[in-house]
Write a protein that binds this ligand. Sequence first.
Ligand code: ADP
Ligand code: ASP
Ligand code: MG
Length: 443
Amino acid sequence: MKVLKFGGTSVGSPENLLKVKEIVNDGQQKVVVLSAMSGVTDLLVKLTEKTASNDKKGIKNILNTLESKHIEVIKTLFEDRTQQENHIQYIKECIAAMYVITTNEDTEEIYSKLVTYGETLLTYIFSALLTTNSISNRLLDAKNFMHIDSVEAPNIEKVSTLLDEILNQERVDIYVTQGFVCRDIKGKIGHLKRGGSDYTATIIGAAIEAEEVQIWTDIDGFHNNDPRYVENTRRISHLTYDEAAELAYFGAKILHPQTVSPVTQKGIPVLLKNTFNPVAEGTIISNQYGRKGLKAISAKDNITAIKIKSNRMLMAHGYLRRIFEVFDNYQTAIDMITTSEIAISLTIDNDRHLPEIVREIENYAEVTVERNHSIICVVGEGVIADQEAHKLFEVLNYIPVRMISYGGSNNNISILVETEDKVNTLRFLNQKLFCYEKEELVT
Ligand code: ADP
Ligand code: ASP
Ligand code: MG
């Protein structure tokens, strides 16, 4: 069985939902994972903000917008009056249930319950659309099997046991379910972070030992640079799991950072496809090595650089351990590190505990914090040995680079720049490394 996931734009309008219906209706048994319609999760995040500030008018406005958006879709997709009324009734019930949630005490679970509602609304509509077209399907509530215990290390066996039982209850061609939502170890409703439906798809793929996971989006595969900032980017036909993991972790928006981890061990291929151009080949992610060397560049924002300078011997035995322990105690992951005899610079992307970390380290060193940085990551199996790799250091002539990490792994060279220099860095590197016409640098 295959797992097919469709993202926000792919399900963002009645016309697009009809395209998705055509793609999934090929007579093969599959699980279809859907996101919310594009823009809906953003609105739901706003709804949680209005809930936190008890802004009743704001809450009503957002719920009205969500209601009419989904009712519009129903009116376009379903001609039959009774069906229309039934489906509209369901949407209204969901909106009423959401309103009740907004009146409850503001907690992490309330947040998750609200932000994941977009998937509930959309999967209901899509399953109904399949049924109207006599396509055998069943709507599965992901909350009944996505019991993953921890977002970082999902318990695939648990999902597998629960899901197998559900799938065996009634065999149909297409199982439709929600991306993004999950339950934690206490059974509370949680979410897999923004863009998490990709991760839902691979968790399900691993749980059912799928033959393939397909991620359908609005572009014809993984490109060698971020097409939102750089012109002349090019599709990559093949990535290894490691390459895809590095690129996704370091900011490539096309994939949730953890997408490939559940399927890597099992060797289940992940295929990236374009809903608006289904015949295009896309990108295949697997454990097969394609071409070695430089493949792609990505960028991760909201990075904080921390410089730790000590008048005592930094490299003295045990000193680094003391520093790393502080980060570890506050569960704060470090992305990049460079050292000299008297100072160490490192980066973090989660500064929730930064004040405590700084306070502790200041007991024995001078600490400087610089926010608003981006890590630019150049990726490819064996990229450090690529004959073209030296060209990327020319960036030093044009852009103030804060840190460089080379040799940490064979597959990744990272540089840290201020976020205001990110776009220019991406364009410069594109031009240098992929030999394109000159990119327009931002002035
Ligand atoms: P979905 O809603 O289907 O999950 P996303 O918006 O999350 O889609 O991801 C697709 C978008 O990712 C593309 O439209 C593109 O703008 C952006 N993107 C960023 N980096 C890349 C890249 N390296 N290759 C392809 N797309 C990328
Ligand atoms: N709807 C969620 C989001 O917008 C999950 C997803 O699209 O993958 O983040
Ligand atoms: Mg996405």
